[in-house]
Design a protein around this ligand. Structure first.
Ligand code: AMP
Length: 446
């Protein structure tokens, strides 16, 4: 299929061709025709699938089909809600990029920055608003935004918005929108909460589902390196220096750990910066800009800050700590191997995280080889722990000292387990909790 088969008009096709896209991605090919028919839509697609263009292109097309009376003031006709400021900024850029040959005005509305520039932009009149829910509500309560003419509502990464506790805010926003409008909801997962939201806002939705990109994508090489918890930062620093990594996004579970790793790397002379919820918006924007520009080699991030980030040709993602929700692993590694480029995702795993690793392997239906980096071998006592037996680590691969004797994989790394001991049945991990239970039990502090 070609973009020209999708009934998009010339200015939009030209903007697409400027981007060098040759064909629509699966989510675009499926979603765009439904959206252009005016249907509500529920789309199961995550970052990296091309979903942003999947809703932005038809949104622009629909808006451009109604001619605007240039004398009439502009009204907000499309509203896109996103969970994070970075995603709002990124979607806002896409709207500008794909709409560069159209005459729409858009505004990006998020917290952590001054209200006044946003108020000024809104006062001048905009057609499209891309917003995070909290700041949008501030504008609503101050009467600085009028949403009574919204024709299209798009909820991007709806599951994450619910995870972050935005459901009430979303409902308050929806309560001021016109009854007659088109609703598009994008979500990577279908929890009961998402189903409830869909039932209450979507009318006879078209359903579009694209494969989780990690399960089908051959573009991301995924690796697991075993290491003691206390030596993870040192191992990361070692790999960054030895492999001369130029651009790596590293995930930690906590803000504290993100700061700690960033400080450590700077101390050993590797340029690094951290991005997480405790940083001011200005610091977050700068960190991301420096990283994208290549002036900082390592960006250390918590899940929330990195959600939805699209960094061109990002070659490496490292999990300093595994996420405690398996789906987040999918999102994290989705930062690399994008838009046809190859990528590498490395997870540094210590014994405390073994259940998380099992959950991830179960989710994506793949068993990873366990590797060990010379000089960073885990404590032999841990390797010998009964808890690891039959859980992927094979005793047979270890020397009497407890050190693995696996086949050489690449310089300085050794491979364990060679794919044996694969328990593909849905066990629930060491503590007997399913991934869902774990998800409910471990609300995150980013
Ligand atoms: P997204 O899933 O929206 O975050 O998009 C992921 C990446 O894919 C972005 O860098 C887009 O610029 C790129 N992209 C979107 N659509 C296409 C396409 N049809 N062909 C090639 N790259 C695309």
């Amino acid at each position: 299929m070609l973009f020209t088969d999708l009934k998009l008009s010339e200015p939009i096709l030209k903007a697409i061709s400027d981007q060098g896209y040759t064909a629509p991605s699966p989510v675009q090919a499926q979603a765009i025709p439904y959206i252009l028919e005016g249907r509500d839509m529920l789309a199961g697609a995550q970052t990296g699938t091309g979903k942003t263009a999947g809703f932005t292109l038809p949104m622009l097309e629909i808006l451009s089909r109604k001619t605007h009376n240039i004398k009439a003031p502009r009204q907000v006709r499309a509203l896109i809600l996103t969970p994070t400021r970075e995603l709002a900024a990124q979607v806002g850029e896409s709207v500008k990029l794909y709409g560069k040959y159209l005459k729409f005005k858009s505004a990006i509305i998020f917290g952590g920055v001054g209200m006044q520039p946003q108020v000024a932009a809104l006062r001048q009149g905009v057609d499209i608003v891309i917003a995070t829910p909290g700041r949008l509500l501030d504008h609503m309560s101050q009467g600085t935004i009028d949403l009574r003419h919204v024709e299209i509502l798009i909820l991007d990464e709806a599951d994450r918005m619910l995870d972050m506790g935005f459901i009430k805010d979303i409902r308050r926003v929806i309560s001021v929108l016109p009854q007659k409008r088109q609703n598009l909801l994008f979500s990577a997962t279908y929890s009961d909460d998402i189903k409830g939201l869909c039932e209450s806002i979507l009318r006879n939705p078209a359903i579009v589902e694209v494969a989780r990109r990690n399960t089908s994508s051959e573009l991301v090489t995924q690796r697991v390196i075993l290491v003691d918890c206390a030596r993870k930062s040192a191992l990361f620093g070692h790999l960054a220096v030895e492999k001369n990594w130029k651009q790596v996004l590293v995930f930690t579970r906590t803000k504290h750990q993100a700061n700690k790793l960033s400080d450590y790397l700077q101390k050993i002379g590797v340029s690094a910066t951290a991005i997480h919820g405790n940083k001011s918006q200005a610091a977050r924007t700068k960190a991301l800009a420096d990283f994208k520009a290549g002036s900082v080699r390592i960006l250390v991030a918590t899940d929330i800050a990195a959600r939805g980030l699209d960094i061109d040709q990002l070659p490496h993602v490292v999990n300093l700590e595994l996420p405690n929700i398996a789906e987040d692993y999918v999102h994290r590694i989705g930062r690399t191997g994008r838009a046809g480029n190859e990528g590498e995702a490395i997870s540094l795993v210590c014994v405390d995280e073994y259940d998380y690793l099992k959950s991830i392997e179960r989710l994506i239906g793949k068993k990873f080889d366990r590797e060990i980096v010379a000089g960073f071998e885990p404590d032999p006592a841990i390797i010998a722990m009964p808890i690891l037996q039959g859980r992927g680590l094979s005793q047979g691969n270890h020397s009497p000292s407890g050190k693995p004797q696996g086949q050489k994989r690449e310089r300085g790394t050794r491979q364990q387990d060679g794919g044996r001991n694969h328990n593909t049945k849905g066990d629930t991990g060491r503590n007997g909790r399913s991934n869902k239970q774990r998800k409910e039990g471990n609300r995150k502090s980013y």
